[in-house]
Design a protein around this ligand. Structure first.
Ligand code: BDR
Ligand code: CA
Length: 300
């Protein structure tokens, strides 16, 4: 008999690669999606929540969608990266369809706490946006650190950032939240740009996949071609989910991580001797990860 699926809460800012992460999750029997929680990041939280509701309908998912933080713990939200994720956050694909319901009741961080307490030792939080909701959950209920099965985060950069030479977007968007989350005594797997940059879905593979994958990645791939000279687009957020199912595709290092706040290096992730060691996935077998994603992502 196969093992029972791992319970996942996906904290997300959809987002083109977030959409692909949901497409992947939907296809994997090893994972059971308990809830989708939203956060600002790739767009404002009204837009990322609308996108999560639209994706739930488009992908035929049944998990509740809970709206989360609209801005970082301190300071103003930065400008949305419309040059990467489009004006609508989903590569400017047509979002027409039946009317969308409102988000489900309960704030994102409150539902994270309630679902974690209701399933002690069984819930994995997978964060693929800024870490504000996770920090709010920890502040309100520090006990959840000892109750989660794990926390998997797409974020950070040890060699080179993407929004600045030093910082990766999810950490840079709320460096204070990231610092609190990375300092907490819970089992963290960090999936930084160092690994995800090698997981590139080429434009020809996206065209081969057709349908939703091709449409949603078109503008995103054009942005990566213009800004990073890539042929295709990195599957940052997909890689975080793949690490739960195919850990053999990654090379890891166990070390505590801290986050720089303020100044030119704001949002940089650095090694430290102090605090809880995280499992940091520093390299990925990108070619096999992309193959694995394409095998999983049923045509849509
Ligand atoms: C991360 O930032 C967002 O733009 C992506 O969705 C991903 O989560 C990559 O730096
Ligand atoms: Ca994201």
């Amino acid at each position: 008999m196969s093992a029972s699926p791992r319970l996942v809460i996906l904290d997300t800012d959809p987002g083109v690669d977030d959409a692909l992460a949901l497409l992947y999750l939907r296809a994997r029997p090893e994972l059971k999606l308990l809830a989708i929680t939203t956060v600002f990041g790739n767009a404002d939280v009204e837009t990322t929540t609308r996108n999560a509701l639209w994706l739930r309908q488009r992908l035929g998912l049944s998990a509740p969608v809970h709206r989360g933080a609209a801005s970082p713990l301190s300071g103003q939200r930065g400008a949305a990266p419309v040059h990467v994720h489009g004006q609508n956050g989903l590569g400017d694909i047509d979002l027409a369809g039946p009317p969308l319901p409102p988000p489900d009741a309960g704030a994102a961080h409150e539902r994270m706490i309630a679902l974690t307490r209701a399933n002690p030792g069984a819930v994995t939080l997978v964060a693929i946006g800024p870490l504000t909701n996770l920090a709010l959950a920890l502040r309100a209920a520090p006990d959840i650190a000892g109750l989660v099965a794990g926390v998997t985060i797409m974020g950070g950069a040890f060699a080179r950032g993407n929004v600045t030479p030093y910082a990766e977007a999810n950490i840079h968007n709320d460096a204070k939240a990231a610092a609190e989350v990375l300092a907490a005594p819970w089992p963290i797997t960090l999936v930084p740009l160092d690994a995800t940059r090698s997981c590139v879905l080429s434009t020809s593979a996206a065209r081969g996949a057709g349908g939703f994958v091709e449409a949603v990645t078109r503008g995103y791939a054009a942005a990566y071609a213009a800004h990073e000279g890539l042929d295709g687009c990195p599957l940052h957020d997909v890689a975080a989910l793949v690490s739960l199912i195919a850990p053999e595709l990654f090379t890891d290092r166990r070390n505590a991580v801290r986050v720089t706040q303020g100044g030119e290096r704001h949002g940089q992730t650095r090694w430290t001797q102090h605090g809880t060691p995280a499992r940091v996935l520093l390299e990925a077998d990108g070619a096999h990860l992309v193959e694995h994603f394409l095998r999983s992502a049923a045509p849509l």
